[in-house]
Design a binder for this molecule. Structure first.
Ligand code: TRP
Length: 335
């Protein structure tokens, strides 16, 4: 008998906390788009996860969700091939999270590295909440709900996947085998710095957004941080760790041009103005097709809503199937 080829599943999500920028494109969306060729993909808006830190500031949430998904599709994600959904439109995630919370010792959550890190980093927010502690467990529920094999994420999320696998094993040891143990699919892409060489973040206003027009991109590139010791164009400059060249490496398809610019930069025979002008051109060449698709999508705003409602309906069907098995495993079946 021929073995049935089962397409493996991929699932990933993003919190709707701001506009999509080049960091998202290089670090996630490009990869998400490629995975569609090989896997059955589920991509979702993690709006409940956004609430774990933005609970006091929920006004823009749904607008960001719609705006983000517009950018996902403009960047090459295909609603004909993949399922897009909104976490809060699939309330089964909350039920699974609740049942998992019964078996997960709180020290497992307290020792997830992102927990203490984020509390320190976001000191202006009160993150001493139950919801924030439970963040990685909710993420685990998102993943195992769909029996996803692979989860494309950045390095910082690997401990969340480890926790998820431990939770799955604990569930299976108490009850019965329901879930798949998910694996991270690491995006091996060096994290891009922001325009000012700090961490890329909307709160630093140092991002180039997918929705920025060509002129805005040029302006932002002009004020980009570069080698600070290079006060004149005829002084040799440093390429390594220089944000301008990191962006060239990430987005300029003309590698011969990039090599030439690097060589001349090191030799002190090219000015920052030229390097930046070429970068702006490369970025705009990357963004132009995305802009075009975006404009088409924005002309029919109902379309994005339809995609999300339909995707959420499909996701919910899956989730309901999983929850029937979960309730049975936990012996919470009253019929
Ligand atoms: N924690 C992820 C992030 O901040 C978002 C997320 C929530 C997620 N649930 C998920 C990612 C499930 C992958 C799978 O980027």
């Amino acid at each position: 008998m021929a073995a049935a080829t089962v397409t493996k599943r991929v699932l990933s999500g993003m919190r709707p906390t701001g506009k999509m920028h080049l960091g998202h494109l290089a670090g996630a969306l490009g990869n998400w788009a490629e995975l569609q060729a090989k896997y059955e993909c589920f991509y979702f808006v993690a709006d409940w996860h956004a609430l774990t830190s933005e609970y006091g500031n929920t006004e823009g949430l749904t607008d960001y969700a719609l705006d983000n998904v517009t950018d996902w599709i403009a960047a090459g994600l295909d609603p004909e091939r993949s399922t897009f959904f909104v976490q809060s439109l699939v309330p089964e995630h909350a039920e699974l999270y609740l049942l998992l919370s019964m078996i997960v010792p709180t020290p497992w959550l307290e020792r997830v590295p992102t927990y203490k890190e984020q509390i320190e980093e976001l000191a202006e927010k009160d993150l001493s909440t139950l919801g924030f502690l439970g963040y990685p467990l909710l993420q685990g529920a998102d993943i195992i709900m769909y029996r996803a094999h692979y989860v494309p994420v950045g390095e910082d999320q690997v401990p969340h996947l480890e926790l998820t696998r431990e939770v799955v094993r604990r569930f299976h040891s108490f009850y019965s085998e329901v879930f798949v143990e998910p694996q991270p699919l690491l995006t091996h892409f060096p994290r891009l710095p922001g325009l000012d060489n700090r961490k890329m973040s909307k709160s630093y206003d140092n991002t180039i957004n997918l929705s920025d027009d060509a002129e805005m991109v040029r302006k932002k590139v002009k004020r980009m941080y570069t080698d600070p010791t290079r006060v004149r164009a005829d002084i040799p400059g440093t390429v390594e760790g220089n944000p301008v060249f990191m962006y060239h490496d990430a987005f300029n398809a003309d590698t011969a041009e990039v090599d030439d610019l690097k060589a001349r930069y090191r030799a002190g025979t090219v000015g920052d103005v030229e390097v930046k002008e070429k970068l702006a051109q490369a970025l705009n060449a990357t963004l132009d097709p995305i802009r075009e698709r975006r404009a088409g999508l924005i002309a029919r705003p109902e379309r994005i809503r339809e995609i999300l409602f339909e995707g959420s309906r499909l996701a919910r069907k899956e989730a309901q199937g999983t929850m029937a098995k979960v309730r049975e495993a936990v012996r919470l079946k009253y019929s």
